[in-house]
Design a protein around this ligand. Structure first.
Ligand SMILES: N[C@@H](CCC(=O)N[C@@H](CS)C(=O)NCC(=O)O)C(=O)O
Length: 237
């Protein structure tokens, strides 16, 4: 399998966590933001990454047919169907529905809120993290494309302030967001919240949550993001 990704995207991280959890062999190909659409749109009709490419048998033995799966949740659903062990969905049907609902909420609300808060921070208090012209230009382009400003960041931070105590409490008290083993909900939260480790306000308020994110990365054989490793180690010191 072949994963088309942006190396720093938290949605691509989600796909890698699932591939690692299932023990799949795969290679990654990093695309260049902006130019990526030329490659991706003909494959999926979307411009977003991640995209998983699968080789399919073709009637012509010299040709290879590619199937493209766009969207991280569809990639996880594909993996669950074709690599059922270890499972990423609970056995209990109502827990299973709940895990999929949580995955959708995390994707559509919390993942985007994280992105908004993260890029607002990088453009303001966190500007010194990488003041190179290239980095600042990329941050400016993302903020412009996504309509990120002080007002949208305030709204996004309010969404995170509702979500994070619940996720933190659930992980600390029960170990998992739903059911009694890791599910799509846990992997999605671990991937989509990881950029917040760079922001002292979140790192200081939720040390156990970031420890849990590191544990989930370990379980999925996915390297911990450098910011997260440094943050958690720093918080523990
Ligand atoms: N719901 C999508 C969201 C993916 C997403 O927003 N990807 C961003 C990178 S973090 C992207 O590809 N942006 C480029 C674009 O929209 O053209 C998923 O879960 O895969």
């Amino acid at each position: 399998m072949h994963l088309l990704q942006f190396s720093t995207s938290h949605y691509c991280r989600k796909a890698r966590l699932a591939l690692g959890y299932k023990g799949c062999d795969y290679i990654t190909e990093n695309l260049t933001p902006g130019l990526h659409a030329l490659r991706v749109k003909p494959l999926t009709g979307l411009t977003t990454l991640p995209v998983l490419l699968l080789e399919r048998d073709s009637p012509d033995p010299d040709a290879v047919t590619l199937e493209a799966i766009g969207d991280s949740s569809r990639i996880l659903a594909y993996l669950e169907r074709h690599f059922p062990e270890p499972p990423l969905l609970p056995d209990d049907p109502s827990d299973r529905d709940r895990a999929l609902q949580l995955e959708d909420w995390l994707d559509e609300s919390i993942g985007t809120a994280t992105r908004i808060v993260y890029y607002q921070y990088r453009a303001t208090d966190g500007r010194a993290i990488d003041p190179s012209p290239l980095s600042l230009a990329i941050i400016a382009i993302v903020r412009q494309q996504q309509g990120i400003n002080a007002a949208s960041a305030k709204l996004a931070a309010e969404r995170l302030d509702l979500a994070l105590p619940w996720i933190d409490d659930r992980w600390q008290c029960r170990g998992f967001l739903v059911g009694d083993r890791p599910s799509v909900a846990d992997l999605t939260a671990a991937a989509l919240l990881s950029p917040l480790a760079l922001i002292p306000r979140y790192r200081d308020a939720y040390p156990a949550l970031f420890d849990r994110i590191v544990e989930i990365h370990d379980r999925c054989n996915e390297p911990t993001p450098p910011d997260l490793g440094a943050s958690v180690a720093g918080a523990k010191a």
